[in-house]
Design a protein around this ligand. Structure first.
Ligand code: ADP
Length: 379
């Protein structure tokens, strides 16, 4: 086992700066996930750690040893890719044994190791089969087993679950987590899937356009995103971003207004006319009343309604227990670009496209972002 340190790593391909100024240290035995949209540089970082790419600038240390000039096969890392290539003419047992044979491990020890690995991945009953006699999930497990059998100091996994169907992906994800808890091998895992990142990681590294946006424990990053990119990347459905203007102690979106909580006013010292982005997660938006019900109520009822926002439903997506509603915020002018907003309602609510609804934002849960830089200003 080992720690992995990246010191100011950059990689350029001709005119493309794939990654820039990457610094982090994965402590011995931890499970870190590199996550971000496609093309943000995740695989380049992983391949550079493995020794399959060379950094243009920077140093990599594995187990406190500088490995910049050490070839991949001598770095004692095992990498598993999305397209796991098993040897088709070899049995599962022979596939598992392959790396050990190459390293001159004796037959008895190899046999013991294969049994152990097969047991830990529940593939003992498959040892005599050829890869083509296995399902996708089983093949992926064998690929993982082949990496584990080598007992590397570091595991590098590049989107290892993305070829699996949804159910199997969930199951294998849970197995991977258990496996890590049992073996404790330092692991760096690449994915574009924020659910995988949130569920697997001790720490996540969020990347965008080749740069680190934030590093932290999943829940901490989710609750305290450093900027709008991180905030909108983590969470499904994603955080809503609503451009607002401050005026008269209110937040204005077109002709609708929300009360600005005093804590925000004091912390940010907002100026009249100042513009910013307000962020709110779908789980912090609640349906108050539909327009039909609104019409039945006496007008003065509105005096008690704290911060309603009127929206018109565009699309509904039933998700089982809840329905995802995609709506647009009603604005004064029909020519103004509509702002969209997403939230979930209990499945019992009968909502249809075209309905006008009133929703309530939980103002204790909002984020304020600088509309130009995207930096989090509040909380
Ligand atoms: P990710 O894994 O996050 O999808 P990659 O690390 O594969 O991203 O790629 C990061 C950037 O570097 C992308 O713009 C990609 O096109 C570019 N890139 C990656 N590999 C090469 C290469 N061999 N030659 C040129 N550009 C590359």
């Amino acid at each position: 086992m080992a720690n992995v340190v990246l010191e100011n790593i950059s990689r350029r391909y001709n005119t493309t700066q794939a990654i820039e100024g990457i610094n982090f240290e994965v402590p011995d035995g931890e499970f870190w996930v590199l996550v971000g949209p496609s093309g943000c540089g995740k695989s380049t970082i992983l391949r550079t750690i493995a020794g399959l790419e060379t950094a243009t600038v920077g140093n990599i240390y594995i187990n406190n040893r500088l490995v910049n000039d050490i070839p991949a096969r001598k770095r004692d890392v095992a990498m598993v890719f999305q397209n796991y290539a098993l040897y088709p003419h070899l049995s599962v047992a022979e596939n598992l044994a392959f790396g050990l044979k190459m390293r001159g491990v004796d037959a008895i020890k190899t046999q013991e190791r294969i049994q152990q690995v097969a047991q830990s991945l529940s593939i003992e009953h498959l040892l005599n089969r050829k890869p083509k006699q296995l399902s996708g999930g089983q093949q992926q497990r064998v690929a993982l087993g082949r990496a584990i059998a080598r007992e590397p100091q570091v595991f590098l996994l590049d989107e290892p679950l993305s070829n699996l169907d949804a159910q199997l992906r969930d199951d294998t994800r849970a197995e991977l987590k258990q496996l890590h808890q049992r073996l404790g091998i330092t692991t760096i895992y690449v994915t574009h899937d924020q659910v995988e990142a949130m569920t697997l990681a001790d720490k996540i590294v969020i990347l965008d356009q080749g740069k680190i946006q934030q590093i932290g424990e999943p829940q901490q990053v989710y609750s305290h995103p450093k900027n709008r990119r991180v905030a909108t990347f983590l969470g499904n459905p994603p955080m809503n971003i609503l451009p607002m203007t401050y005026g008269n102690s209110l937040f204005w979106i077109s002709n609708q207004s929300l009360t600005c909580p005093p804590a925000i006013r004091e912390k940010l010292q907002l100026q009249e006319g100042q513009q910013f982005d307000l962020g709110i997660r779908p789980e912090h938006i609640q349906l108050t009343l539909s327009s039909e019900k609104v019409n039945d109520l006496p007008q003065d009822m509105w005096a008690f309604e704290p911060v309603p926002l009127n929206v018109e439903v565009n699309v509904i997506e039933p998700l089982g227990r809840e329905t995802l509603v995609r709506a647009q915020i009603l604005t004064a002018s029909p020519t103004q670009n509509p702002y969209s907003i997403q939230f979930q309602v209990p499945i019992q609510e009968r909502i249809h496209p075209g309905d006008r609804l009133t929703v309530k934002l939980d103002l204790n849960q909002i984020f304020i972002f600088d509309s130009t830089t995207g930096q989090t200003l509040y909380p």
